[in-house]
Ligand binder design. Sequence first.
Ligand code: GRF
Length: 199
Amino acid sequence: MMRKKPSSNINKIIRIAIFASGSGSNAENIADYFKDNTEVDIALILANKPDAYVLERAKKLDIPSFVFSGKEFRSSEIVLDKLRENKIDFVVLAGFMLLVPKYLVEAFPDKIINIHPALLPHYGGKGMFGDNVHKAVIANKEIKSGISIHYVNERYDEGNIIFQAETLIESDDTAEDLATKIHALEYKHFPRVIEEVLI
Ligand code: GRF
């Protein structure tokens, strides 16, 4: 007799939580991508700032949201409780600025992924987030940058890389120009890579 695989995802809807700290355009793009998918449900959006625009997007998308403080994230398990209560299977960090604490990495082994707006291992680590990354890349007169999608461990931007894509930088590109190019790469690849990791 065939034994059923205990972790089989067959016939099970995979419930995803997206964490974001600001605008959340990636979160919205991912939600749009999966909206008609019968195997994947974007079940919860979490933000660490009550005025993060991603919360407006969650309302518009009709996705439940949850706000927590940095202190609650670091020193309580309120976020983990919320994920469990919502039966979350997989976590996506999309423009999320806080370091993920150990208890959360351990609760979701190889089930948390992040997008970083540069070609890791370059321009990663503490302080390297959002526009800081693009400003540093432009200041160093790099000729290319890109995106890195990677698993999350307890150190900033050091988990195994799943996917990278590059874009060229023109000599007169500003940090804003680069941010636009990077966002385009993120919108194109992130949802598809999530799907590949999951299914
Ligand atoms: C993205 O470029 C992400 O890679 C970076 O911050 C930006 C967030 O954009 N960490 P948004 O909030 O998804 O619009």
